[in-house]
Ligand binder design. Structure first.
Ligand code: F0G
Length: 357
């Protein structure tokens, strides 16, 4: 007889390391346990002597790492008797909040910047039955509004200022150490609201503190050049980037992210939109991995820093790919152009194939 080894999500897997009350109803979509894929062609084609992996969190149930935090935040909200959750979002948080609220049978309200979220994410939030409010403002405006609403109305904020979100997201670091047998030397992440880099640092630190890992990685956080408050050294007013997921000027987890940088001996750096998109295409075309633009920021930063020697040869590096490329079809088609149209004849198809070589 085969044994039942069905994976039941990250709360089930890491329950002893998570603040989950006994007997409470777990709201899960079997998130987590995402692949850690070693890159082969990208380092080989560039003569880079490193061991580099991507943690493809775009393969979570709603297509981003937000599901890790949302299973914890919504489980806690339900356990507290909450009937509704609310968030501001550049897209992915709204999709995850909508999905976990639907699963829990409660309401979700999401505030998104009008016209500035990827189409797939909008489709998710709508289809998953959230009340979607497009605000005439950016993510940072939405975040302020959400805090005001929640101070007056009985709704639970499920942005990463909710501490349960980071608790869930720290499990990605656990999975990486469990897979590699130890922490990597460097961990590279895209940074927007700065919750995820803070969560990884917490996860790595917890494994280090109880000697599950022998060391903690150097943390490198990369922002889009047009939305780079950590590089400016202060919040910025009008963030802009093609990577709409990280179009954020006033990161809520500023202090935690700065602490991760300092304690790990890491750094923040900025990546241009051109580099972000070129890296998104590189990952897709050379490795078969389709991640959304914001995600490619981590790999763009890693490659730049390996080439410059800031990340030394021989290092073991993990880059998080935070979201799925399918989220943003417009940006993909814009880069690649529409496919050619040919007659439905053998001759036309054969000659098109021949001209591709
Ligand atoms: N990558 C993707 C795909 C994201 O959606 C986000 C954040 C980040 C990176 C940055 O992570 O905020 O923890 O530093 N998206 C949020 C949202 C803000 O509303 O979906 P962070």
């Amino acid at each position: 007889m085969a044994t039942n080894t069905r994976y039941l999500g990250l709360i089930d897997r890491y329950r002893s390391r998570l603040p989950v009350k006994d007997g409470c109803r777990i709201i899960s979509l079997c998130e987590g346990d995402t692949p850690l894929i070693q890159l082969h062609n990208i380092p080989r084609n560039r003569g880079l002597d490193v061991e580099i992996y991507v943690k493809f969190d775009g393969l979570n149930p709603t297509g981003s790492f937000k599901d890790r935090g949302m299973t914890m935040a919504v489980t806690q909200a339900v356990s507290d008797g909450s009937q509704a959750v609310i968030c501001a979002s550049t897209g992915n948080t709204s999709a995850a909040a909508a999905a976990y609220a639907a699963r829990a049978g409660i309401r979700a309200f999401v505030l998104i910047p009008e016209g500035k979220i990827a189409y797939g994410k909008l489709a998710q939030a709508m289809m998953l039955n959230a009340t979607v409010l497009q605000i005439r403002g950016n993510f940072d405006d939405g975040m302020s509004l959400v805090k005001e609403v929640a101070s007056e109305t009985p709704v639970t904020i499920v942005n990463s200022i909710n501490p349960y979100r980071l608790q869930g997201q720290k499990t990605a670091a656990f999975e990486i150490v469990d897979a590699l047998g130890d922490a990597p030397d460097y961990h590279c992440l895209p940074v927007g609201n700065a919750g995820n880099i803070s969560a990884y640092w917490m996860g790595y630190s917890e494994y280090f503190d109880d000697s599950t890992a022998s060391h903690r990685p150097v943390m490198a956080g990369y922002q889009a050049a047009g939305a780079a408050p950590f590089i400016a050294g202060h919040p910025i007013d009008n963030p802009d980037t093609v990577a709409t997921a990280i179009r954020i000027g006033n990161p809520q987890s500023w202090d935690k992210a700065k602490a991760a940088e300092k304690e790990s001996g890491g750094w923040f750096d900025a990546i241009s939109d051109e580099e972000i998109l070129a890296t998104q295409r590189m990952l897709a075309g050379e490795e078969g991995i389709f991640a959304e633009p914001a995600s490619a920021t981590s790999v763009a930063g890693a490659i730049r820093d390996i080439k410059s020697g800031r990340i030394p040869s021989g290092s073991r590096i993990v880059c998080t790919l935070t979201g799925n490329g399918l989220k943003d079809p417009d940006i993909a088609i814009e880069q690649c152009g529409k496919p050619q149209i040919v007659d439905a004849t053998l001759g036309a198809v054969e000659s098109a194939i021949a001209s591709a070589f």
